[in-house]
Design a binder for this molecule. Structure first.
Ligand SMILES: [Zn+2]
Length: 236
């Protein structure tokens, strides 16, 4: 599945959980049945449903606003992961969520923010640590996508590929778990710096020094080539 942005405006993505761990509920058709027959809605409320095995199912057409966050549906996309107990969400689900959100973030040039349903509701939804999973900052921005259009960059290193879950494209101003991962790898590679999860000037200088040491273009943008070099050096 490749995400294609709908014609309507979107600025927020909401994450949900299905509040069930039962295997027989692990399918968008069950959610659709609940929403259509129990709530009299025209279709399932979510746009995407992620099964325990990581399969991403498409629900309500993206051109339609979701029915998922009361009072906060306009301008949003709604994603639901099957699960009730935080510990029982699967790695495959998290990887699919990261990949899907990465595609969405890329489609919008990093201009959308990601949120849990709980941020606009008293409901305990989702129950898993979505901020950590997606590496979100306090505003809900992810560093999953470049914030500048890839067309404005002339570096092959900046061409967005499907990111490894913990190794998205990173540049100045990125924040969160992937930046901590980067800083730890830079430190192991001999470019010691404070591991604070913020891609600031010190991290930029360390990235450029590392890139120069590897004969990579020292553009300070951490893309697939820089990650690969970092992994090679860290493993040595
Ligand atoms: Zn919810």
């Amino acid at each position: 599945m490749t995400f294609k942005a709908p014609g309507r405006e979107v600025d927020r993505i909401f994450i949900h959980c299905s509040a069930s761990d039962r295997p027989e509920h692990d399918d968008i058709s069950v959610m659709r049945d609940w929403h259509v027959n129990s709530r009299n809605w025209s279709d399932v409320g979510y746009h995407f449903f992620i099964k325990k095995d990581g399969t991403v199912q498409e629900g309500r057409p993206l051109e339609r606003i979701p029915a998922a966050q009361a009072g906060n549906n306009a301008g949003t996309i709604a994603i639901c992961l099957h699960g009730l107990t935080a510990e029982r969400f699967t790695k495959a689900q998290y990887e699919s969520l990261i990949r899907l959100c990465g595609e969405i973030d890329t489609a919008y040039g990093g201009m959308v923010t990601f949120h849990g349903h709980r941020e606009v509701s008293t409901k305990d939804c989702p129950v898993f640590p979505y901020r950590e999973v997606l590496g979100l900052d306090a505003h809900g921005s992810s560093s999953l996508a470049p914030t500048v259009s890839p067309l404005t960059s002339d570096t092959a290193d900046a061409i967005p590929t499907v990111p490894r879950p913990t190794e998205p494209l990173l540049r100045l101003m990125a924040r969160g778990q992937p930046v901590l991962h980067l800083q730890a790898m830079l430190s192991r590679a001999g470019h010691i710096l404070e591991e604070d999860g913020i891609f600031g000037q010190n991290t930029l200088a360390a990235v450029q020094a590392f890139q120069r040491s590897q004969d990579l273009k020292a553009d300070g943008i951490v893309g697939p080539r820089t990650w690969t070099a970092l992994r090679a050096v860290s493993a040595a």
